[in-house]
Design a protein around this ligand. Structure first.
Ligand code: HEM
Length: 127
């Protein structure tokens, strides 16, 4: 609805898909992160993250229809997410988010979430 969700405010599906595709352009060149991702299913990974984010921000609930409850921390347990991995993930997301040229308030809203969510995903302090 007009004036509704943050999802719609910043441009809906097109904005989130652009964000995630640009994020993965960075991840694909990251020697620490890229080995964690299923290279054979990059398109699938792009769709999963895009669907999750659009659902989180008030768009369609397709993510949960297809994947069930997000339980993101649990889903990330198989990956070694130490502070270095977290920082790299955030660096690629920051670069991708910069290309969206959001208003300062919208930028801070989205970034504050990513920063907290990425820290919540930490599951080891091993180097
Ligand atoms: C999935 C790594 C943070 C959301 C994945 C996958 C990897 C990964 C390797 C599997 C790719 C796939 O098959 O979909 C990481 C690392 C992070 C991180 C290293 C560093 C902190 C985050 C954050 C979010 C997030 C902050 C949310 C804001 C997701 C989602 C999926 C996913 C929605 C797909 C889950 C599913 O339905 O299977 N992540 N991630 N991740 N990640 Fe992350």
């Amino acid at each position: 609805a007009a004036g509704g969700s943050f999802y719609e405010k910043i441009g809906g599906r097109a904005t989130f898909e652009t964000l995630v595709r640009r994020f993965y352009d960075g991840v694909q060149h990251d020697p620490v992160l890229w080995p964690m991702y299923p290279a054979h299913d990059l398109e699938g990974a792009i769709q999963r993250l895009t669907m999750f984010l659009e659902q989180y921000w008030g768009g369609p609930g397709t993510y949960s229809e297809q994947r069930g409850h997000p339980r993101l921390r649990m889903r990330h347990v198989p990956f070694k997410i130490n502070p270095d991995a977290r920082d790299r993930w955030l660096q690629h997301m920051r670069a991708a988010q910069d290309t969206l040229e959001l208003s300062p308030l919208d930028d801070a809203t989205l970034w504050g979430y990513f920063d907290r969510a990425a820290t919540a995903m930490l599951n080891t302090f091993e180097e």
